[in-house]
Design a protein around this ligand. Sequence first.
Ligand code: SF4
Length: 370
Amino acid sequence: MMKVNSTYNNRESLLALYNKPLLELVFEAATIHRQFHNPREVQMSSLLSIKTGGCPEDCGYCPQAARYHTDVEAHKLMTVESVVEQAQNAKANGSSRLCMGAAWREVRDNKDFDTVVEMVQAVNDLDMEVCCTLGMLNEDQAVRLKKAGLFAYNHNLDSSRDFYKDIISTREYDDRLNTIDNARKAGITVCSGGIIGMGEAVDDRIGLLLSYMEMETPPDSIPINALVAVEGTPLEDQKPIEQWEMIRMVATTRIAFPQSVVRLSAGRTKMSMEAQALCFMAGAGSIFAGDKLLTTPNPEFNEDKEMFKILGLLPKEAFADGEKPVTEPDEKLIARKKQEAERALELELAREKVREEGFEPRKIKTVGSN
Ligand code: SF4
């Protein structure tokens, strides 16, 4: 088992690795990648925004924060039926993983969360890996999601502990670590990564990797995103990151965490197919497919299918890196459904009574009437 590469477990060695001549770096990453993964397989994942916008947090890159004036329209939680429909569509297009994102600060124990539990069950039933990104999560909520069949929980650290403070002020780095810990304790695989191109130094990118190295178990999945600068957010003026930086970050992450799945995530619309090919060479084992990444643009399914054909890549099957979770009955959900059914029955009986006995309007005594 080689979850962390002991040759590169400190700042100096990781920095030297990141700054290696590019093709040397890619070669080293490709060599490691081949030892632990099938280099022809790349997982297609889909990201679905199940509840959009109106978020009380202030993440500087995010168009879903209520305080920024962006084009994102807030939408309430989707229905289970429409999520299933979207999941089926994603699966038919080759996706084996569905990540559902809700713009919440944290999960609350309410009806919406019951609905998310139901969504997880339904998508797991489709034999897709289900991942959720719902904000902060406590231990009990993590256990409920695990029992529903959740395969992975996504919660990004975004950047180094130091630079994080420049980007987000409404929650602490440690809050994030705590949520990751809760997911891990519940037996859910962890997906956590970062964003580059927010104005951070290379040292901060290394700092992010070091934060993962400090964990008892590093994330099973590490998404690497390039900032998509959205008008109206504090980072709207950031210039797009050079493609070479994405390749370097993917390769360095691959080498540092040989067994994790490195995901080439947001920012692909600004990358050429050649640059993406170098990322796959350097160990990226997954992309997000579908024309939207939550709210930002992404290449269409057909463009990616064409790229897979040209590069000779194969879409990775679901659960290639772990067992399919078993869905267990959820007591809270059952209780709510029972309550709803009882209420519906009561209403129906009342309606029937009215039909049988006729409706006699209640007399209301008003002032001045006899
Ligand atoms: S990244 Fe998530 S938590 Fe931050 S503002 Fe956007 S939706 Fe809210």
